[in-house]
Design a protein around this ligand. Structure first.
Ligand SMILES: Cc1cc2nc3c(=O)[nH]c(=O)nc-3n(C[C@H](O)[C@H](O)[C@H](O)COP(=O)(O)O)c2cc1C
Length: 420
């Protein structure tokens, strides 16, 4: 179990709270907020009110008329407690990388073809990755702490993802257990691992994930330190007091301290996951071409370009800017996945044209969860698929498999990065 003492131990060693320094931290809120900004007193009283009463997240379950994924953010703000909104929508530091994930998309201009004879019936959005056929080239990024947003937590997200026919990647920081989530998922599913310092805890998670039917393990390589937005810290880290890391909660048969994560990861850790499970391994959080060779040599089956949606280290480039460099280094040896900043059909086209086989979507799925529960998640994924269908038609490509770098003109800061 996570205790205040071992959390503070982490902070003292500058490793800090992992991104979901969870339920136990709710009890720490008044002490953390006292050292925070000028708005600390108000935030602290708000946080302790939450801690005393718990707070009710959304219980919605309704189809949404989604105009676009970015516009759903305002509805999300209105639908969930402030703590959930700040935690999900925010990012690290000055949130430059969060903004840059979106701005950098504009560096990738779409070069459309005309008179290609493609009709809507011809369009094929499907892709195949690691033995899974996906109806469209995006899946739900691993995200923890869904009970900050919806009372049913990840079970609703997983159900809604299955209703849309999409792949669900279950976070190691989920509030629900990986088994409950697996049961709710009707589509394909992957499990995201936070590698634990205690190898027996890691092995137990891997064995459970395999038994529950997850078909790949996604190792997150970039969540090595504090990952919470400044605003959330200023509020006193108001996690729900009734919320735990489901996979580690003894009340649900879990073991180990979620926060005791292995920080000094090496390629050997990839080998261990493969030996233990025999499942394909995806390594998430890669931003440089130079990092790729040892990861592939260790047996990784896919590489995920990601800056964690700007939630880990601010100042790193937009993920789309890093994608061509990583894809070039990978050179077709394994599939490349990309996430961070995907909001529109044209973003999916940009990423696939620059070398990704598929992409992952983060926050907008949480927006759908908060506003509409499982059905809201389904609406978000279907909206993106419909947008992609129209955008692909307007691009002049018949299928997502036809997309390549010839569909894009790279400009601005992203073009400069390719030259350096
Ligand atoms: C609330 C929240 C929780 C997250 N939790 C995790 C996690 O447990 N594991 C992980 O690998 N990434 C986690 N991420 C990062 C996402 O997997 C993904 O990289 C990011 O959200 C993509 O950026 P986007 O939100 O702009 O689409 C989380 C992101 C959010 C917003």
């Amino acid at each position: 179990m996570t205790t205040r003492r071992n959390f503070l131990g982490y902070a003292a060693t500058a490793v800090g709270a992992m991104p979901f320094a969870g339920a136990a931290l709710a009890q720490n809120s008044s002490s953390t907020s006292s050292s925070s900004s000028g708005s600390g007193a108000a935030a602290a009283s708000q946080a302790s009110a939450s801690a005393a009463s718990g707070y009710d997240a959304s219980t919605a379950n309704k189809e949404l008329d989604v105009i676009s994924l970015p516009r759903l953010k305002d509805d999300f703000e209105a639908a969930v407690p402030k703590a959930g909104y700040v935690f999900v929508s925010g990012a690290k530091g000055d949130e430059w990388t969060l903004r840059e994930n979106r701005r950098a998309m504009e560096d990738f201009r779409l070069m459309t073809h005309r008179l290609t004879g493609v009709s809507p019936q011809d369009l094929d959005l499907s892709v195949e990755i690691l033995g899974q056929k996906l109806p469209f080239p995006f899946f739900v990024a691993p995200m923890g702490a869904h009970r900050m947003v919806h009372e049913e937590g990840e079970v609703a997200t997983a159900r809604g993802t299955g209703m849309a026919g999409a792949l669900y990647c279950s976070s190691g920081a989920s509030n629900k257990t990986l088994e409950e989530i697996a049961e709710a998922t009707t589509g394909p599913k992957w499990f995201q691992l936070y590698f634990n310092q205690d190898v027996n805890v890691t092995k137990s998670l891997l064995r459970r994930a395999k038994k529950a039917g997850y078909s790949a393990i996604l190792l997150t390589a970039d969540a090595l330190g504090p990952g919470t937005p400044d605003e959330f810290r200023a509020m006193g880290m108001p996690f729900r007091p009734d919320m735990t890391f489901g996979n580690h909660d003894p009340a649900f048969g879990g073991t180990g301290d979620f926060l005791a994560q292995k920080v000094d990861l090496t390629p050997d850790d990839i080998k261990m996951i493969k030996d233990e499970t025999g499942l394909p391994v995806i390594v998430k959080g890669i931003l440089r071409g130079e990092d790729v060779d040892p990861i592939i040599a260790a047996g990784a089956d896919a590489i995920q370009v990601s800056n964690h949606g700007g939630r880990q280290i601010d100042g790193v480039p937009g993920a789309i800017s890093a994608l061509p460099l990583v894809a070039k280094a990978v050179d077709g040896r394994v599939p490349v996945i990309m996430d961070s900043g995907i909001r529109r059909g044209i973003d999916v086209i940009r990423a696939l044209s620059m070398g990704a086989t598929c992409v992952a979507v983060g926050r907008p799925v949480m927006y759908g969860l908060g506003v509409g529960g499982a059905k809201g998640v389904q609406s978000v994924l279907e909206t993106l698929a419909n947008e992609l269908r129209t955008d692909l038609l307007l691009t002049g490509a018949r299928s997502v498999a036809d997309l390549d770098a010839s569909y894009i003109s790279v400009t601005g800061a992203s073009a400069e990065m390719q030259e350096n």
